[in-house]
Design a protein around this ligand. Structure first.
Ligand code: NAD
Ligand code: UGA
Length: 331
């Protein structure tokens, strides 16, 4: 684990439900919780017996007796039994990705990000779950003037995906404000997360893949887009901190503190492998904003958290993990 500054380890809950546990962020979160002694139920609609990515993501959890994996779709399954005696729900299940959301898959986004969330919040209210932490997204801010986005800024989502994420977080907050709801909600707006097991559609994975294989990289636009890239271990620490944060309900940014351009990422990858990635320039994509940048004051005060891993260190760790996984596949 690359760690260039010190970070406090947050207290872990006794028993938790992690939705989206076979995904990139959910599997890291479930693993960290299980290792720290939390009894974790992980639920995901992808079946690890049939889906290689899901199987690889949850492989590190096999050795933990405190982890139970359930393959189920939150849109249709009985949710109440998943919540019995649960202290906190970490709701990471969803359909991510900005660019494909313009296509016919939009109904999938609505089903997973809005309708399934409605079912989960209904059940959490009924089962009197004390806290739900939901994975929201920096994409809800939309285009900015380049300065840091604060949680009180007016959201201007610029893609169908971002619209569903804004609906998702607001839906959770609306439930939490019901007079008969004792579930407090913390919505975390994650900023472009990277690191081991990152989704292969995402930029950092694709850059490192191009660097390691010599295959060309498609660059959408001129590469001057900037992202507040956030390392996965920092995201997991912030998410666990949110379970115990002393607030009733609210929204908190989770960003990496390293607002870098896509060209910066390419340069770091070039330096890591000692050769230049071959780039194919392609058109900028609808819904992609020029800049994301997190104001982290609220994260510091409410979660007692700040990012610890800078981009070069995080990318080195990400590349090491990709090399290990390539060697395993080749063996
Ligand atoms: P991921 O696709 O790797 O993981 C999401 C998981 O949710 C998948 O395994 C999927 O099968 C599962 N899922 C989807 N719909 C489901 C349903 N109806 N029932 C059960 N399981 C379902 O994505 P990720 O990158 O790990 O993102 C996790 C969450 O964080 C998503 O909600 C995403 O919108 C949000 N987010 C991610 C990023 C990022 O940079 N990765 C940034 C901001 C927000
Ligand atoms: C990421 C996640 O994919 C979303 O699920 C999440 O909600 C969002 O972060 C967030 O922060 O909320 P994005 O910022 O688009 O979305 O991250 P990447 O998919 O890694 O793309 C970053 C940039 O690289 C974009 O400008 C994209 O157009 C560009 N890109 C991506 C390329 O130039 N080429 C590629 O092959 C892929």
């Amino acid at each position: 684990m690359p760690d260039n500054r010190s970070t406090a380890t947050p207290a872990v809950p006794r028993r938790a439900l992690v939705t989206g546990a076979a995904g990139f962020i959910g599997s890291h979160l479930a693993h960290t919780l299980a290792r720290a002694g939390t009894t974790v139920i992980g639920v995901d609609r992808r079946d690890p017996a049939r889906d290689q990515t899901a199987a690889a993501n949850i492989a590190p959890l096999h050795s933990h007796p405190g982890y139970l994996h359930i393959t189920a779709d939150l849109l249709t399954c009985a949710v109440d039994p998943l919540l019995i005696d649960t202290d906190v729900v970490f709701h990471l299940a969803g359909i991510p990705g900005v660019r494909p959301s313009w296509g016919p898959q939009f109904s999938e986004y609505v089903n997973a990000n809005i309708l399934a969330t409605q079912r989960l919040m209904d059940a959490a209210t009924r089962m009197r779950v004390p806290r739900l932490v939901v994975a929201s997204s920096s994409s809800v801010y939309g285009p900015t003037n380049g300065g840091p986005s604060t949680e009180g800024d007016h959201p201007r989502p610029a893609s169908p995906y971002a619209v569903t994420k804004l609906a998702e977080e607001q839906l959770c907050l609306a439930h939490a404000s019901r007079s008969d709801c004792s579930t407090s909600v913390v919505a975390l707006r994650y900023f472009t997360v990277y690191g081991p097991r990152q989704r292969p559609d995402m930029f950092t994975h694709r850059v490192l893949h191009a660097a390691m294989t010599g295959q060309p990289l498609s660059l959408y636009g001129d590469g001057h887009q900037r992202r507040d890239f956030t390392y996965i271990d920092d995201v997991v620490t912030a998410t666990i901190s949110a379970a115990g944060a002393p607030i009733d309900t609210g929204i908190v940014n989770v960003g990496g503190g390293s607002n870098a351009s896509l060209l910066d990422v390419i340069n770091i990858a070039n330096a890591l492998v000692g050769r230049e990635i071959q780039i194919h320039t392609d058109g900028a994509r609808n819904g992609d904003v020029l800049t994301t940048r997190a104001d982290l004051r609220r994260a510091r005060s409410v979660l007692g958290w700040q990012p610890t891993v800078d981009l070069p260190a995080g990318m080195r760790a990400h590349m090491r993990a990709m090399s290990r996984s390539a060697h395993r596949s080749a063996a």
